[in-house]
Design a binder for this molecule. Structure first.
Ligand code: CTP
Length: 404
């Protein structure tokens, strides 16, 4: 979102208050945001709120305003990357459909050349009304992007479709629309999170992985146009939009799912922290405390990545592993790269407090099969994900895209 120019159109629905959070998140992500409101929207939220959050003048009246007389033309053109109408009431949707421009926002949309994303939000009876549905269909046919409303409790105390999607989801969707789709046509499988190996019905063995790096990779790959499958151990993270998500618990379940899903994939990135061992037996009942010591017998789990490396001849693909290390970092990572037949390994020093597990930032060392080593800066996991995908793309092009 850094440097992107986004116009937010706010119309008069109760969810207008959520548009304030949307503006805040976009500005936080580095976008330049301008806001246009309908007069009715100003009854729900003051223009001052949006002016303060966006740092720009808000326009809500065609004539009684500051600015130039052609703002309604230039706002949706110039170098604007995206116009987002959130919330989009049934009224603005109908006006867009039928070419009505009776205020600043509707006139600006009529003149717009930038892509337009609408986020319909209204009472569910209004939303399912055939006129509204027909208008939405028509707008889709004309190339307007439409984000499905969420379902749930609405402000009018009814349940059903019509909720404005959460602002974070709108940002994620917008970033998918705006980003360069340089991974389009590629199918990517990402694994994430820990595995969980049961001991008895109430206990298990796991590790500190939160899944953040794997989820960032899945989100970034989707944003860049890839078709993405995410196989994840138990984590408390929100599913990335538009990604096929498969939830697993144990290493054996992860193995089965990865093997099922991977044969059609071009690129496999194994960011999951897989338990190397599991209890040899799972006690059917809770183990009661007895003597002072308790010995658990553990058996080796399958090494999923090594198995994928072995199958590379039958299923050629780009294979990327992660190495979580605390000592002899480079030597251990190189050994994994070679023994698992990888194209690249991403080395995490998990003894650092600002990288690896349970952090929002990461600093990695990328080691390639030709021996090259590249260090990243300390970045957010989203930024690290984009860097890894940049390198993966180069490897893909060198191996499979020699004609392009
Ligand atoms: N991995 C895997 N299956 C396993 C263990 C690891 O697919 N049973 C994958 C991880 O997803 C990661 C890479 O192998 O991409 C390296 O994992 P890591 O835990 O760093 O190393 P291990 O191979 O398990 O070796 P060790 O624990 O001895 O360091």
């Amino acid at each position: 979102m850094k440097g992107k120019k986004i116009v937010i159109g706010v119309t008069g629905g109760i969810a207008a208050y959520k548009a304030a959070e949307l503006v805040r998140l976009l500005v936080k992500a580095g976008a330049h945001v301008r806001v246009a409101m309908t007069l009715n929207a100003t009854r729900f939220v003051s223009p001052l709120t949006f002016e303060t959050l966006s740092g720009s003048k808000v326009i809500w009246s065609m004539f009684d305003r500051e600015g130039t007389s052609v703002d309604h033309i230039t706002w949706g053109q110039d170098d604007v990357d995206l116009i987002i109408i959130a919330p989009a009431t049934g009224n603005i949707i109908a006006k867009m459909c039928h070419g009505i421009g009776d205020d600043f926002l509707s006139t600006m949309i009529m003149a717009a050349t930038a892509p337009v994303l609408i986020c319909p939000s209204m009472n569910s009876q209004m939303y399912i009304n055939p006129a509204v549905q027909g208008n939405i269909r028509l707008l889709r046919e004309r190339g307007v992007l439409v984000m499905e409303p969420g379902k749930g409790e609405l402000a009018c105390h009814t349940e059903g479709p019509g909720r404005l999607p959460e602002p974070e989801d709108i940002v994620e969707y917008a970033s998918m629309v705006i980003s360069e789709h340089d991974l389009s046509g590629r199918s990517i499988l990402v694994t994430a999170g820990p595995t969980l190996e049961p001991i008895d019905p109430v206990r298990y063995i796991t590790n500190r992985s939160t899944g953040k790096m794997g989820y960032a990779l899945a989100r970034a790959a989707k944003k860049r146009g890839a078709s993405v499958t995410l196989v994840s151990g138990p984590v408390g993270l929100k599913s990335p939009l538009g990604v096929e998500e498969c939830q697993v618990k144990t290493a054996e379940e992860m193995m089965k799912t990865v093997m099922e899903k991977s044969s059609s994939c071009d690129i496999i990135i194994k960011a999951a922290a897989v338990s190397d061992y599991r209890p040899s037996e799972v006690a059917p009942d809770k183990i009661k405390k007895g003597s002072d010591t308790l010995t658990l017998e553990l058996v080796r789990n399958p090494d999923i990545l090594a198995e994928l490396g072995r199958r590379k001849k039958e299923h050629p693909c780009i294979l990327v592993g992660f190495a979580a290390e605390t000592k002899d970092l480079l030597a251990n990572a190189r050994e994994k790269l070679k023994s698992k037949n990888l194209d690249m390994i991403v080395l995490n020093d998990v003894s650092r407090s600002d990288a690896g597990f349970e952090t929002d930032t990461n600093i990695v060392r990328m080691i390639f099969s030709d021996g090259r080593v590249e260090d990243s800066l300390l970045m957010t996991k989203d930024e690290v994900a984009d860097l890894i995908l940049d390198r993966v793309k180069t490897i893909w092009e060198a191996n499979f895209d020699s004609g392009s």
